[in-house]
Ligand binder design. Structure first.
Ligand SMILES: *Cc1c(COP(=O)(O)O)cnc(C)c1O
Length: 395
């Protein structure tokens, strides 16, 4: 049995999104900037994609700038706020320790340009405290950037309270909502969000399409220079097939959100209940304030990488909290931010479900994970030390 349980990394395209995307590659392939009919058809498709997405986000179509995905949107949001800050003489930015690297690395760059960055701590429940944010805001704070839902542990931050606070204090509020949109209700006006990043491939749309929402009145700086596409805020011929595919996927996700939420959460809760029975394991982050599809669990005495490879052999695609993509064996900055010791953070497993997963698949996961954990522990010198009392269990 093959089980894809890494939907936080990317998702399979929905049939509708796929068909829409392909039809714009095959038939309506004109350049939206061209004046002849086939170009204008592409232009009209962009207009209606922008309108439908805006309707679902609760904003105006003109407040949306299409990008190549979530990373670009995060970069542009932060760089734009920094430019605004420079004009106003405000060079302080607040974020959190467990943001996506698209945010953290952009902030690192700004630090070299003289910005002061405050990273709020994340508590062991995987949540930031609004009281701590409030204390951190200063007269020279230009931007607060806090993710809506964390990509590793799925915790949902108190976005409504953060938005309200930032509005009262006159600070721009950006949220990386890549993991949240299409999965939980996000209305930018109701939540007082000034800027928001999203990405199509996290909700069954195509890779290479995303957007930055910026409230009217917030001047975006372009980070790609060239033609006048996207009202001069993002040069380059628009990726029309992917953008219309994103709009189709977003519409579908929003229409089916309540049913998907209940279904996926049901599967997730079975996983959490069953996997927590493995001795010396721990679910990371709040279970209540969490995305419906996310399970993140640590097992003492084993390594995430070996766990993943053995699970892959048994047909389960999952992810670990270690930065294996970068070729390093550093444990995840997210799990360390929660206060987990290195050796525990190394033994983490992230399973992220979508509405395409079935109950049979969940049963398969529940069967193979304990087997693999037991097998790895049987070979682990650390586990031997723990079992024989030469070392203390941490969890
Ligand atoms: C996936 C992801 C991104 C990056 O989005 P891309 O479209 O792949 O560039 C940014 N932030 C979060 C929270 C993500 O999960």
């Amino acid at each position: 049995m093959q089980v894809y349980a890494d939907n936080a990394a990317t998702t399979k395209m929905s049939k509708k999104s796929f068909e829409t995307t392909v039809s714009y590659m095959e038939n309506e392939y004109g350049n939206p900037s061209s004046l002849y009919t086939i170009g204008q058809k592409a232009q009209e498709a962009l207009v209606s994609a922008r309108e439908s997405i805006a309707g679902n986000l609760g904003c105006e179509p003109r407040e949306i700038t299409f990008t190549s995905g979530g990373s670009e949107a995060d970069n542009q949001a932060i760089v734009s706020a920094a430019e605004i800050g420079i004009k106003k003489g405000k060079k302080h930015i607040i974020s959190t320790e467990f943001e996506h690297h698209a945010v953290l690395h952009t902030l690192d760059k700004l630090k070299k340009r003289g910005f002061e960055i405050t990273l709020l701590p994340v508590h062991s429940d995987g949540l930031v405290r609004v009281g701590e944010l409030s204390k951190a805001i200063r007269p020279d704070t230009v931007l607060v950037t806090i993710m809506f839902a964390n990509n590793e542990i799925g915790t949902l931050q108190p976005i409504a309270e953060i938005g309200k606070l930032c509005k009262e204090k006159g600070v721009i509020f950006h949220t990386d909502a890549v993991q949240a949109v299409g999965h939980v209700k996000v209305n930018v006006k109701e939540l007082n969000i000034d800027m928001l990043s999203m990405s199509a491939h996290k909700f069954h749309g195509p890779k290479g399409a995303g957007l930055l929402y910026a409230r009217k009145g917030i001047l975006l700086s372009s980070i790609i220079e060239g033609g006048a596409q996207e009202r001069g805020k993002r040069a380059g011929t628009e990726n029309v097939p992917a953008i219309v595919g994103m709009a189709a996927a977003f519409t579908e996700s929003c229409e089916n959100m309540d049913a998907n939420y209940q279904y996926v959460k049901g599967l997730r809760d079975i996983l959490i209940d069953e996997l927590s029975k493995i001795p010396h394991s721990k679910i990371n982050g709040s279970v209540e304030k969490r995305l419906p599809g996310n399970v993140n669990i640590c097992f003492e005495g084993i390594e995430g990488e070996s766990l993943l490879l053995l699970l892959d052999d048994k047909g389960v695609s999952a992810s670990s909290g270690s930065a294996c993509t970068s070729g390093s064996l550093d444990p995840s900055h997210v799990l360390l931010a929660l206060g987990l010791p290195h050796e525990i953070a190394h033994g983490s497993l992230r399973l992220s479900l979508s509405e395409y997963n079935t109950e049979e698949e969940v049963k398969h996961i529940i069967k193979v994970v304990p087997e693999v954990v037991e097998y790895l522990r049987s070979m682990s010198p650390v586990w031997k030390d723990l079992k024989e009392g030469r070392k203390e269990y941490v969890i």
